[in-house]
Design a protein around this ligand. Structure first.
Ligand SMILES: NC(=O)c1ccc[n+]([C@@H]2O[C@H](COP(=O)([O-])OP(=O)(O)OC[C@H]3O[C@@H](n4cnc5c(N)ncnc54)[C@H](OP(=O)(O)O)[C@@H]3O)[C@@H](O)[C@H]2O)c1
Length: 366
């Protein structure tokens, strides 16, 4: 495999591959060779065979110190990921995208066309144009018309719910022909924390400031509160159902008004108390109906909506508290009680574990 991105997830993935070498060999007869690792500006490429574990763990430690691979003793500059793939790949090499950029799309699509395979933790390539999604997820797709579903060329479990088997479950339900009537999910630990705080009676401003202080939010909390990351996950689920939708088709309700978009982070945090009454009223109105407020991605009837929604307090989503992710699949066979998946939906190690499972699965489709 060739790894793009050596941030938190990429580093955890390398560590887990090294730690599991003996296990994968014994249980699966599998040896995962890392042929190259790339960051934004550099790469470390194996001259022969795969990179040895001493070098790999050194790269992990080097990147944890925020160094650039172009400055690594065995590294060099890279301006073009496709050139790295040309040099390092063998037939059927897996390209593992642990970056957070759409810049990887050309190399990923080109590599698939050359017979390589792809594993993504990165949502952006799957949430751009539908045509690109088709090329990345359905081997043989060429234009806007998707080809048949394929198991052999790509996996993207970690794009939705980190290591939770969300895409695997969706794919299995699809394979059995069980019609999925609707999917409802909480896909943001940060927004889960905010919603739990509101339910406990905290003012919106206080719970957002606390999440920011604890480092649960992005440095600019609007990156979480705006809901776009959740919208990307909803779109990946909807496209997984075979629907043809663009990100612009996802109706997103942000937790802050557009008027606060241009403020500095400090000004934004200072302006939040103006929203407290609005959220307290919504929480009270929901409670009067035996409901609670959750930040929900809803995929149903050909549409995707993302935003604060009142859900029955007794439902799986209603009983969720804290930062876990939770997904309900409502299908013909899973009703009135939905099929539910719940657990940690973020974190470098849990995400890397999802990526590693994809790698092991794809290895059997050689
Ligand atoms: N962390 C989580 O909990 C979680 C959960 C689910 C999914 N994910 C997804 O997993 C991916 C990785 O997350 P992360 O937390 O590891 O991100 P991160 O720490 O920001 O690391 C991103 C890595 O990608 C590299 N990169 C960026 N642009 C690149 C380019 N054009 N070519 C090659 N490398 C490039 C960066 O290089 P430099 O080191 O040179 O900057 C960095 O090594 C993201 O897409 C994220 O959304 C993360």
């Amino acid at each position: 495999m060739i790894l793009f991105g050596v941030g938190g997830v990429g580093r955890a993935l390398i560590r887990q591959i090294v730690q599991n070498r003996a296990y994968h060999a014994a249980e699966y007869g599998l040896e995962i060779s890392i042929l190259a690792v790339c960051d934004r500006e550099g790469a470390v490429v194996a001259l022969q065979g795969g990179l040895d574990d001493v070098t790999l763990l050194d790269v992990v430690e080097f990147k944890a110190r925020r160094r650039r691979l172009s400055d690594h003793s065995q590294g060099g500059p890279q301006q073009d990921l496709a050139a790295v793939v040309d040099i390092a790949s063998r037939p059927g090499t897996l390209l593992v995208d642990c970056t957070a950029t759409e810049e990887t799309v050309p190399v990923l699509t080109q590599a698939l066309a050359q017979g390589h395979r792809v594993v993504l933790a990165n949502k952006k390539p799957l949430t751009g144009a539908q045509e690109v999604y088709n090329r990345l997820t359905r081997a043989g797709a060429t234009g806007s018309q998707p080809a048949a579903r394929s198991w052999s060329a790509s996996r993207w479990e970690a794009t939705c719910g980190a290591g939770l088997p969300v895409m695997a479950t969706l794919n299995r339900l699809q394979a059995s022909g069980d019609p999925i009537e609707r999917i409802a999910g909480a896909f943001s630990g940060t927004l889960g924390f905010v919603m739990s705080g509101l339910q406990a009676g905290q003012p919106f401003s206080a719970v957002v400031r606390e999440a920011h202080r604890l480092g649960y939010t992005e440095p600019d909390p609007r990156d979480d509160l705006g809901g776009v990351d959740v919208a990307r996950k909803a779109l990946i689920l909807a496209r997984g159902l075979g629907w043809q939708l663009e990100l612009a088709d996802v109706a997103v309700t942000s937790l802050y008004p557009a008027a606060l978009a241009e403020l500095s982070v400090a000004e934004f945090l200072a302006a939040l108390p103006a929203l407290d009454d609005h959220f307290a009223e919504q929480v009270a109105a929901a409670a009067a109906q035996n409901q609670v407020l959750r930040y929900v991605a809803r995929v149903a009837a050909g549409t995707c909506q993302v935003g604060p929604q009142a859900v029955p307090a007794a439902s799986p989503l209603g009983q969720l508290s804290g930062a876990d992710n939770l997904v309900e699949f409502h299908t013909r066979w899973y009703q009135p009680t939905p099929l539910v998946i719940q657990g940690r939906g973020a974190g470098a190690d849990a995400t890397a574990a999802g990526v590693l499972s994809d790698i092991v699965e794809l290895a059997f489709y050689r």
